[in-house]
Design a binder for this molecule. Structure first.
Ligand code: 5GP
Length: 210
């Protein structure tokens, strides 16, 4: 009997505002069912347009702590040091891996280091905004952050970018399509996309080429 393909964990980090979320949404569209997103839990409030259970599981600090005590997280960190917790639920990862699918974790550097302790074969990719100046421009353009939040994110980004050499792959996000193509190339080389449903992929590529 044929052995079911083993899914892999793909960790993607990068400063927020680097365009990472948009790039990963496109990547997931193109990958179809061979790569599934792990939805993280967080104690921060939803931004306008964010949907609970799709972007994050938005938990109260008490609920988050309870799940932490319950050992429900593969990793959990207070990402900005200001009281907001983010964590990868074990159930989100195992439900995909158990089906032989690869799973994408969009987490910070500390989370990456924790996950590779437990899954040394995880693939690590850093999406860089290029320069801090470019990142600052994007964060301001987004218009969703307070000045204090922008300054904090820039400081976190500076620290994260210093640690980007701990990742196996670095993608500099110049254009969304360019970054998606680079990511697809990395995943194909690693054999993660070999079960890609080509008909579905072609359809998606067609609609993406605006
Ligand atoms: P945002 O608040 O902009 O959605 O995310 C802020 C940061 O939290 C991002 O850098 C993102 O990578 C990180 N993050 C999101 N989910 C998780 C998670 O489950 N674990 C960890 N460690 N970091 C996360």
């Amino acid at each position: 009997m044929e052995k079911k393909a083993q899914g892999k964990i793909v960790i993607v980090s990068g400063p927020s505002g680097a365009g990472k979320t948009t790039v990963l949404a496109r990547l997931l569209e193109k990958c179809g069912q061979s790569l599934e997103l792990s939805i993280s839990a967080t104690t921060r409030l939803p931004r306008p347009g964010e949907i609970p259970g799709k972007n994050y599981f938005f938990l109260s600090p008490e609920e988050f702590q309870k799940r932490k005590e319950n050992d429900d997280f593969l990793e959990a960190f207070e990402v900005f040091g200001k009281g907001y917790w983010y964590g990868t639920l074990k159930s989100e990862v195992s439900k995909h891996l158990d089906l032989g699918k690869s799973v994408l974790l969009e987490i910070d550097v500390a989370g990456m280091q924790e996950v590779i302790q437990k899954f040394p074969n995880a693939i690590t990719i850093f999406i860089s905004p290029g320069t801090l100046e470019e990142l600052e421009y994007r964060l301001r353009n987004r218009g969703t952050e307070t000045e204090q939040s922008i300054q904090r994110r820039l400081e976190v980004a500076r620290r994260e970018m210093e640690l980007s050499n701990r990742y196996q792959h670095i993608v500099v996000n110049k254009t969304i399509e360019g970054s998606v193509e680079q990511l697809l190339g990395i995943l194909k080389n690693l054999g993660i996309l070999k079960n890609l449903d080509n008909s579905k992929n072609k359809e998606k590529v067609g609609t993406d080429e605006e």
